[in-house]
Design a protein around this ligand. Structure first.
Ligand code: NAD
Ligand code: MG
Length: 397
């Protein structure tokens, strides 16, 4: 029997965080929770503390901390409440912690996730934006910290499973030719671009196959999510942009594939349920029950594939551009996307403005660098303020 692993879950109140706790709750003999974090939904965080009795809970500000403490005291719970980024970093790198689930959405997760990598933790990476922003720096932190980086994103988890054991980010040395990332195509995969002008946040968030947070749901509609995943795959697996393909596969049953020199293509299949990659990464190299229904291939009956239409999904092309340009461009892409998606979700800009704002921000910051964490954070801040200015010019009444 494996030793009990002590776990920090950053972003516990989100979609990935909830799925993580669902898996953890099935295996009290294997996992114990050291810390949980949440930015909103404080009542939900209190319930999670009641159930998992973490040593620490981390929230965004003092007001939230007071509310959480009051809820915990009423329960007689002994969880200590920490605040802000310093609190997140502390629970990510605490010496007792074995594994950190990085499931905060967006750039807010960068510093705590990096801290976990530097401290040599088993890092379960859902927070793709952190890796996209800081790829080279992040991978160096993983190597220098002696961390084990395990992808939670279903596509990258599938690729990881289809790669040989001991794969060391040198594709040619292992006979790896291409990485094939599958994409559902999101809710607008069959729509003509001209019909997308007036779509609402609710339509964009109605994903056909997966239930997720709102930001990643919009990213799936624009296929920026797949674009971020192309960049993520480059850093995780050492594969150049030209060897990463995106294949639209509407059933979301094949989660991704690896093509080898001998013509073999290895795929990982399963129902679209994030508890599978979460359980895989938690238990790796063991296998544990994830609570996921078995795959019924005969009920699914067919698997379809098609090439993505870059006219319909300009954000995917922008992400390839950012990866090829390198340096700070992926951080610019990510920051502009976060601002544009938020503005779209708040009804300030139209759906088609998202790509326009990202493209214009990238054009304004073509020489952005990524030499240090400080430089990446200043590129991120500048891209946000430029994107915000562009939002203003596009704002409809
Ligand atoms: P979500 O919106 O459901 O949850 C986000 C979590 O981050 C919440 O706990 C929230 O409180 C916290 N958070 C938000 N802003 C914060 C801030 N400024 N500071 C600290 N914490 C903050 O998102 P999600 O769908 O669970 O996605 C989380 C991450 O996982 C994202 O990076 C996403 O791209 C990635 N991911 C998600 C899925 C999925 O199926 N949901 C799949 C693959 C990858
Ligand atoms: Mg994914």
């Amino acid at each position: 029997m494996a030793n009990i692993q002590l776990l920090t879950v950053l972003g516990a109140t989100g979609s990935i965080g909830e799925s993580t706790l669902d898996v953890v709750g099935r295996h009290p003999d294997r996992y114990r929770v050291f810390a949980l974090s949440g930015h909103s939904r404080i009542e939900r965080l209190a319930e999670q503390c009641r159930r998992f009795s973490p040593t620490y809970a981390v929230v965004g500000d003092e007001l939230a901390a007071q509310r959480l403490r009051a809820l915990l005291v009423a329960d007689g719970a002994s969880t200590e409440v920490l605040v802000g980024e310093a609190g997140l970093v502390a629970v990510a790198q605490a010496p007792e912690v074995d594994a950190v689930m990085a499931a905060i959405v967006g750039a807010a997760g960068l510093r705590p996730t990096l801290a976990a990598a530097r401290a040599g933790k088993r890092v379960l990476l859902a927070n793709k934006e952190a890796l996209v922003m800081s790829g080279a720096l992040f991978m160096t932190a993983v190597a220098e910290g002696g961390a084990t980086l395990l992808p939670i994103d279903s596509e990258h988890n599938a690729v990881f499973q289809a790669l040989p054991a001991g794969y060391d980010r040198r594709p040619t040395a292992h006979g790896v030719c291409r990485v094939l990332l599958t994409a559902s195509g999101g809710p607008f995969r069959d729509r003509e671009p001209a019909t997308l002008e007036g779509v609402t946040p609710e339509e964009a968030c109605a994903h056909p196959n997966w239930s997720m947070g709102r930001k990643i749901s919009v990213d799936s509609a624009t296929m920026m999510n797949k674009g971020l995943e192309v960049i993520e795959a480059h850093w995780l697996f050492g594969v150049p942009a030209d060897a990463i393909d995106v294949v639209v596969h509407r059933q979301s049953v094949i989660h991704s594939m690896v093509a080898y020199a001998d013509g073999s293509v290895l795929a990982q299949l399963g129902n679209p349920d994030m508890r599978t990659p979460i359980a895989h990464a938690l238990a790796y190299p063991d296998r544990i029950d994830a609570g996921v229904a078995p795959l019924d291939l005969c009920a699914i009956a067919r698997l379809d594939f098609q090439a993505p239409d870059l006219r319909r999904f300009p954000c995917l092309a922008l992400a390839y551009d950012a990866l090829r340009a390198g340096a700070g461009l992926p951080a610019v892409l990510n920051a502009a996307n976060e601002i544009a998606v938020e503005a779209f979700l708040n009804g300030r800009i139209g759906y088609l403005d998202i790509a326009r704002i990202i493209e214009a921000t990238m054009a304004q910051m073509a020489d952005a660098g990524d030499a240090s964490l400080e430089q990446i954070e200043s590129v991120d801040a500048e891209a946000r303020s430029r994107a915000k200015a562009l939002v203003k010019t596009r704002e409809t009444a």
